[in-house]
Design a protein around this ligand. Structure first.
Ligand SMILES: [Zn+2]
Ligand SMILES: [Zn+2]
Length: 260
């Protein structure tokens, strides 16, 4: 079986020994991993890891939380990183987060729009972060008319959001929230309406450790995305093996890659 963790942050300083994290991922059939960027320094760190390990890839971008610290010179730096490192296969994570409002809405929207332009000019797929934007991300993407692939990572919306994002041709990223008793109930209902060819899975590690791993491990890690796959198999009634094949193909299409 081949599993792709399409969104994680193993560049996070919380991880003290990355070779072990990669080894445990491989032993759980997690053969490929995408490290999402949150700011310029972390994006660079992600690239260093991607270049060190086979089938590990990186995305560069400024997270909506950090939008107010963004600038044209930072975008230039990210752009040149993306152009000079072949393991950079996506732009992100970018988007809107009105839940925590770590950056003012106007900054979030400004730098989302600018990063979309840059990603588009580089022909890179985009990783979107969306939380409580009340339809605003959809409005922006609708007017921008994206010509790229993209994924709404850690999908947390309702059925209208789902319909809208699917209508834009985006992939939907499912995290370990799917496995969590109360918090995952809405998502477990919604995944039944998701077309199989649009689903990808992710950990968002070190956050969102799935059940039952969360009882024993403080940190989430790519190996645990297998639990998301098995939960999805249970909900859809599709055997893990064929399900993993479909989701692997979706992930490769999303990022335009063909891991060895
Ligand atoms: Zn995110
Ligand atoms: Zn993330």
């Amino acid at each position: 079986m081949k599993i792709f963790d399409t969104h994680c942050h193993i560049d996070d300083p919380a991880y003290t020994h990355i070779p072990d994290v990669i080894e445990r991922a491989r032993r759980s059939d997690v053969m490929s991993v995408m490290i999402a960027g949150v700011d310029a320094e972390r994006s660079e760190k992600g690239i260093v890891l991607a270049e060190k390990y086979q089938n590990v890839y990186a995305a560069v971008g400024i997270h909506p939380h950090d939008a107010q610290t963004c600038s044209e010179s930072i975008l230039e730096r990210l752009k040149s990183l993306a152009c000079s490192h072949s393991k950079v296969k996506a732009w992100g994570e970018i988007g809107l987060d009105f839940n925590r409002m770590h950056s003012p809405q106007k900054d979030q929207e400004k730098w989302l729009a600018r990063q979309l332009e840059v990603a588009n000019s580089l022909n890179l797929p985009v990783i979107f972060h969306e939380r409580d934007s009340e339809g605003r991300l959809y409005e922006i993407l609708k007017t921008f008319k994206p010509s790229y692939n993209g994924v709404i990572h850690c999908f947390s919306g309702g059925s209208t959001d789902l319909k809208n994002f699917l209508g834009l041709g985006l992939y939907i990223g499912i995290t370990g929230i799917l496995t969590i008793k109360g918090r995952g109930a809405k998502l477990r209902k919604l995944v039944k309406d998701m077309p199989l060819d649009r689903i990808v899975i992710e950990t968002d590690a070190p956050y969102l450790t799935p059940t039952p791993e969360r009882n024993r491990h403080k940190l989430n890690e790519p190996a645990f995305v297998k639990t998301v796959l098995y939960k999805l198999s249970e909900i859809t009634g599709i055997e893990p093996e064929p399900l993993s094949e479909t989701i692997w193909e979706n992930s490769c299409k999303l990022f335009n890659i063909n891991p060895a």
